[in-house]
Design a protein around this ligand. Structure first.
Ligand code: WT7
Length: 681
């Protein structure tokens, strides 16, 4: 465990400015009022199991549970004996009252808009579940989803949930190598994908990546790919006209055209095979890969009943969604935010969601505000990084649009600096929309710390207080609560229903990563935090070797492994440096193999070319999101006598030192090591 970061060292300085009471914000529809908040917290604290059982009762269960909780740290089981289906709860149960209500309103970057009602979404999901069952898929089989942000991506997730096929969504920004590793770790039988997507006016090709990956994934039997370009040409064709599916191949796997495959599903097939599978509450709904401190990403496993309970309850409390809302979460489905608050939570709540595929600043920098105006979006949930980059473009852009439809603003993914918070409040929310800064993680499944709008005063830069039902604390190394005003480690003492169940295929790592720093089954988030005098929590960021770049979690070791896989690289150490927009930027310190070092030493041109080559190499191995911003070449890396790289020293160098563009020769960093104490952090 690293020392607790101080807020002064953060790229976004978190200092207390002022607070905003609920009455200062215009919250006409708040369900939970300040007066009820205290009682709610009290009741949930007194009996968390009863609190969560009450939340679970808002879902539809095929069979009620016999017992609320089994807790053998680190193993939790919730709603034991209960039978449930996530897709049923997101779709079927709304059909009596919301069949013709918009479930998804989608806008593509080129400008087209498609709206699907709950009834249409349900139909599409039934078709795909039937098709997957006809291919022989059984509950518990894994399906990889590698798709652009189109309506069918939601269909893919819900169709898997319907059949009990555990999905693993892989972010479309990952490339073939990263895709292959995740498919193989999950041992997926099917890959749901597409030919590509739109971003910043370009076509982003996914199929080439899929084809490359699948060739090295022996468990994959079927690839089902949506042909958007072809579908565009076929628009208007009737079902009878469409071609018979002639599956091709991707290496050893059968390749199916998505639409052609769905056209083989007859109405009687669908009636017989399209229904929701009654699943155990603990049935693994999905695996989602996230970065840890080793080179290998962790396949975080989430349950069905507990997960859905957590996301539905928090969706209702934090976003306070009403039937007339149009809610927009800008996250990609490849991340946990896209799972919990773009699919499962809002659909379980019966909400109307807006989905956008493309860049929020394309073709004009005010695209995001134009869409809020055009669609009359009422709740916006986005990342501080996005807010900071919009700040740079000036207040005229949001101010020149009619955004009176907005009533609530949310942020997630990284600490938000008070300046960005205030900008968001004043210029996007016109000073009348409450801001919910939501702290949580892939592992927590659902929001843990957040204001309940209408009930709790907010402070710019703090996610405020834990939601009811979570036993959150800030503790010292021994696990004792720190006094108000102090910093410490952010932990959760008691289990909660949407907590991760394990790391796929590696229960030992699950225990070690989250339950070994403190005793008695206390969960460690990996974050440092400060508790202020009002008991508000200020998250100060990771205390492990995990970076947060534009709200994306990246393991330094993952990037290092990619770099040392390059034939010219001997050693690599990756650290973060504060970045005004992205939160953190990626800096790689590199030592080269002798031949390569000779080639570039004293040759700025060659050094610059190599820098580019290595950046491209990381993009190729992982994806553009992991591309180092700076590369610094050294004769040797500063190490302790026992050979550990002095990361803290590198972090300081990265933060203060010159940027790589100015470096024309190899740096000598070894001398610096002698100035440091021998033990590493
Ligand atoms: C890490 C989790 C949860 C969805 C997106 C990220 C940081 C998250 C906040 C916030 C300060 C935050 C933490 C956490 N983080 N939300 N509101 N304030 N920090 O999910 O990729 O699992 O990353 O993001 O450091 O540990 P993730």
């Amino acid at each position: 465990m690293s020392p607790i970061p101080s807020s002064e060292n953060l790229s976004v300085t978190l200092r207390e400015t002022r607070s905003f009471s609920p009455s200062e914000d215009f919250v006409s529809k708040a369900t939970i009022k300040a007066t009820g908040y205290g009682q709610l917290i009290q009741a949930a604290t007194a009996d968390p199991e009863a609190y969560w059982a009450n939340a679970a009762e808002e879902l539809t269960w095929f069979k009620p549970w016999d017992k609320i909780l089994n807790w053998n740290p680190p193993q939790s089981e919730w709603f034991i004996g209960g039978k449930i289906n996530a897709s049923f709860n997101c779709l079927d149960r709304h059909l009596t009252t919301r069949a013709r209500k918009a479930a998804l309103v989608w806008e593509g970057e080129p400008g087209e808009v498609i709206t699907w009602t709950y009834s249409e979404l349900h139909f599409q999901v039934e078709l795909l579940t039937t098709a997957l069952r006809k291919l022989g898929l059984k509950p518990g089989d894994r399906v990889a989803i590698y798709m652009p942000m189109i309506l069918e991506a939601t269909v893919a997730m819900l169709a898997c949930a319907r059949g009990g096929f555990t999905h693993t969504v892989i972010f479309g920004g990952f490339n073939a190598e990263a895709l292959k590793d995740r498919i193989n770790d999950a041992q997926a039988r099917v890959v749901l994908t597409g030919d590509g997507g739109y971003r910043k006016g370009s076509w982003i090709d996914l199929r080439t990546q899929t084809d490359k990956a699948v060739a090295a994934c022996p468990t994959v039997e079927h690839v089902i790919s949506i042909q958007r370009k072809l579908a565009g040409q076929l628009r208007g064709a009737t079902v009878q006209d469409s071609p018979e599916p002639t599956p091709g191949r991707v290496a050893h796997a059968l390749l199916h055209d998505w639409h052609a495959l769905l056209h083989t599903v007859t109405p009687s097939d669908r009636r017989a095979m399209g229904g929701p599978e009654p699943l155990d509450s603990e049935h693994p709904l999905f695996i989602l890969y996230t970065s840890g401190t080793t080179g290998k990403p962790k396949g975080i496993v989430h349950s069905t009943g507990g997960y859905l309970t957590g996301v539905l309850r928090t969706t209702q409390q934090v976003f306070d969604l009403k039937d007339e809302d149009l809610y927009w979460c800008t996250a990609d489905i490849g991340w946990i935010t896209g799972h919990s608050y773009l699919v499962y939570g809002p659909l379980a709540a019966g909400a109307s969601l807006f989905i956008y595929e493309g860049a929020p600043n394309h073709p004009t920098p005010d695209r995001i505000w134009a869409m809020i105006e055009r669609h009359r979006i009422s709740v916006l949930y986005t990342a501080p990084t996005a807010i900071r980059s919009f700040m740079r473009l000036g207040i005229e852009l949001p101010r020149s649009r009619d955004m009176s439809s907005l009533r609530l603003l949310g942020t997630v993914g990284e600490p938000i600096n008070p300046e960005a918070w205030m900008w968001y409040r004043e210029n996007v929310g016109s000073g009348r929309c409450p801001i919910v800064d939501t702290y949580w993680q892939t592992e927590t499944g659902a929001i843990v710390i957040s204001p309940i709008p209408g009930a709790l005063a907010t402070k710019p830069g703090s996610a405020t207080r834990p939601l009811p039902g979570y036993d959150v604390d800030v503790v010292d190394k021994q696990g004792n609560p720190v006094p108000a005003g102090s910093g410490g480690y952010l932990v959760i003492r008691k289990p909660w229903p949407s907590m991760a169940r394990t790391i796929h295929g590696d229960p030992e790592r699950f225990k070690k990563a989250y339950f070994s720093d403190f005793e008695n089954g206390v969960y460690f988030t990996g974050d440092g935090a400060r508790k202020d005098n009002d008991g508000y929590i200020w998250c100060l960021g990771r205390v492990d070797d995990v970076l947060n770049v534009s709200g994306h979690r990246l393991g330094t070791m993952e990037i290092e492994s990619a770099l040392v896989a390059h034939p010219k690289v001997a050693e690599a150490a990756v650290v973060g440096r504060p970045d005004e927009i992205k939160g953190q930027a990626i800096v790689a310190f590199i030592t080269l193999k002798a031949v390569a070092a000779n080639e570039v030493s004293g040759n700025p041109g060659a050094l610059a070319a190599l820098k580019k080559e290595l950046q491209q190499h990381v993009t190729h191995e992982i994806g553009a999101l992991a591309r180092p911003d700076d590369l610094r070449f050294a004769d040797a890396l500063p190490k302790t006598r026992s050979g550990k790289i002095l990361r803290r020293l590198l972090r300081e160098l990265a933060a203060g030192g010159q940027i790589s563009g100015d470096v024309t020769t190899l740096e000598d960093l070894t001398v610096l090591a002698t100035l440091q104490k021998d033990e590493e952090e």
